[in-house]
Write a protein that binds this ligand. Structure first.
Ligand SMILES: Nc1ncnc2c1ncn2[C@@H]1O[C@H](COP(=O)(O)OP(=O)(O)O)[C@@H](O)[C@H]1O
Ligand SMILES: [Mg+2]
Length: 391
C-alpha cells in the first residue's frame, strides 16, 4: 500500500499540529493556506479555502494520488467545491464532507441535534415573525454562518439589541451555565470510536474565547459522566464523522448536560492531550481518516492545563514575555512539565491566538499533595500573564 497522502484545507496552528503528527506517521501532507499562514513553512499551495476555484484546483491534485484524503482544519471552507470534489472527482472527503454541510449553518446544526433528541437549548430562527413577546428572558443571538471564537454571539434582552438584522441568525435560550466542557471523539471508518476525557473550558470575559482548558473536568457524578459519554457517542454518530468531532457542552446549575456546538476537526480544547496522554488529537485524526487503527487515549498525568497565549496590541512581529514561568520552572524542576508553543504567526492583534502553554504534573505521585498543587496553581497564574506583545 502507498504511503497515505492528506491534503488539508487551511493552514493555521491546527495544521501545524497535523504536520507534526504526519511526520511521525509517515503521512505526506500539504496545506491550502493564505500567504501569511503558519503552514506556509510546510508543503503548501497558496489559496483561499472560501474560494470555489482554489479549493477545486487544490483538491483535484488528489485524483492522481493513490491512498489520498482531503480534510479540514477550519470550517468555513467552500462547501460547493467540497461537494464537487467528492461527487464528481471522487476525492475522499469522508472526514468532513457529511458533517460540514450540517455544521457550517448553526441553524441546521441545532435542527440535527433537536431531531435526534440530543439535549440542546431551545431556539428560534430569527425572521420577521419573531417579536418581543417571543423573548421571555435573556436570549443568545448567534449568527448562522462564520461565527468563531465568540464573534457572532451576543446576549440580548430585547429585539432592539440585535446587532445586525441583515445577518441570518438564530436566537437561543440562555442556559444558566455552571461549567463549559468539551469532549473530543475520534471515529474510524468502521464507526469504532475512542474518547478523550472531558475537559473544562474557561472563557475570557472580554475576549469570549477559551482562555484556559483544564483536565480533569469537574464531573458531579458517575451518572453525569455516563450521560456525557452517551451524548458524545450519539452526537458523533448522528453527524457521521470520520476522524475527530469536538463537542462543546454546557453543564447547567441543575447538573443538566446540553450540547452547545460541534466541530469536525482538531480543537483548541484538545491541545493538552499531546503532552498529557499517549496520543495527540492530530495523530488520531490522521489515523482515522487514512483508514488505520485509532488509539484509545490514556492519560499519563492526574492534572493538566492549557493556557492560550493571545496578542496584546497590533503589529507584524511579536515577542512573548516568558520569564515568569521560566523562573518558576528553574526553582521547581522535576515534577512539572511546561511546554510553550509559538504558532509563528505573521502579525498579531488583540486576542488573536499566537501560541499556547501546556502545564502538567509529571512527578511520581498519583495525586498532588498541597505543596505541589500550590506550585501547579502558581505556574498557571504565571502562564496566564504571558501575552504576545508587538515589537
Ligand atoms: N445558549 C447559551 N447559553 C449560555 N451561554 C451561551 C449559549 N450559547 C453560547 N453561549 C456562550 O457563548 C460562547 C460562544 O458561543 P458558541 O456558540 O460556542 O460560538 P463560537 O462559534 O464563537 O464558539 C459559548 O462558549 C458560551 O460561553
Ligand atoms: Mg464555541
Amino acid at each position: 500500500m502507498e504511503q497515505p497522502t492528506v491534503y488539508v484545507l487551511g493552514g493555521g496552528q491546527l495544521g501545524g499540529m497535523m504536520q507534526v503528527a504526519a511526520l511521525e506517521l509517515g503521512v505526506n501532507i500539504k496545506f491550502l493556506c493564505k500567504k501569511n499562514d503558519p503552514c506556509t513553512r510546510y508543503n503548501h499551495t497558496i489559496g483561499d479555502v472560501r474560494e470555489f476555484r482554489h479549493v477545486v484546483w487544490f483538491g483535484t491534485e488528489l485524483v492522481k494520488i493513490p491512498n489520498s484524503f482531503l480534510t479540514i482544519e477550519v470550517e468555513n471552507v467552500n462547501h460547493l467545491a467540497v461537494d464537487f470534489l467528492q461527487n464528481q472527482m471522487k476525492v475522499n472527503c469522508n472526514s468532513f464532507a457529511n458533517p460540514l454541510s450540517l455544521i457550517q449553518d448553526k441553524l441546521k446544526q441545532k435542527i440535527v441535534l433537536e431531531k435526534n433528541h440530543i439535549p440542546t437549548s431551545t431556539f428560534l430562527t430569527l425572521d420577521s415573525f419573531v417579536n418581543n413577546s417571543d423573548i421571555q428572558q435573556q436570549m443568545i443571538w448567534k449568527t448562522r454562518f462564520g461565527g468563531r471564537d465568540g464573534f457572532g454571539v451576543k446576549i440580548i434582552y430585547s429585539l432592539k439589541e440585535i446587532p445586525d438584522h441583515s445577518v441570518p441568525a438564530i436566537l437561543e435560550k440562555k442556559i444558566d451555565l455552571c461549567e463549559e466542557i468539551s469532549v473530543i471523539v475520534c471515529r474510524d471508518q468502521l464507526g469504532n470510536m475512542v474518547y478523550y476525557p472531558p475537559v473544562r473550558m474557561e472563557f475570557g470575559k472580554d475576549s469570549n474565547q477559551v482562555e484556559i482548558v483544564e483536565y480533569p473536568a469537574k464531573i458531579r457524578s458517575l451518572k453525569q459522566s455516563k450521560q456525557i459519554q452517551n451524548i458524545a457517542k450519539k452526537t458523533a454518530e448522528v453527524f457521521g464523522c470520520v476522524g475527530l468531532l469536538a463537542i462543546e457542552m454546557f453543564i447547567d446549575n441543575l447538573g443538566q448536560v446540553w450540547v452547545n456546538e460541534v466541530a469536525p476537526r482538531l480543537h483548541n480544547s484538545g491541545h493538552l492531550f499531546t503532552e498529557a496522554s499517549n496520543v495527540s488529537q492530530a495523530k488520531n485524526h490522521l489515523l482515522a481518516i487514512t483508514g488505520q487503527e485509532i488509539i484509545e487515549p490514556k492519560m499519563n498525568t492526574p492534572i493538566a492545563s492549557m493556557i492560550n497565549i493571545v496578542g496584546a496590541g497590533e503589529g507584524n512581529n511579536y515577542y512573548f514575555a516568558k520569564d515568569p514561568i521560566v523562573d518558576l520552572l528553574d526553582k521547581n524542576n522535576g515534577n512539572f512539565l511546561v511546554r510553550i508553543y509559538d504558532y509563528a504567526k505573521k502579525g498579531i492583534k488583540d486576542n488573536r491566538k499566537i501560541g499556547h502553554i501546556v502545564i502538567l504534573y509529571n512527578g511520581p505521585k498519583k495525586t498532588l499533595d498541597g505543596h505541589d498543587f500550590a506550585i501547579y496553581e502558581e505556574l498557571i497564574e504565571s502562564a496566564k500573564r504571558i501575552k504576545a506583545y508587538p515589537i
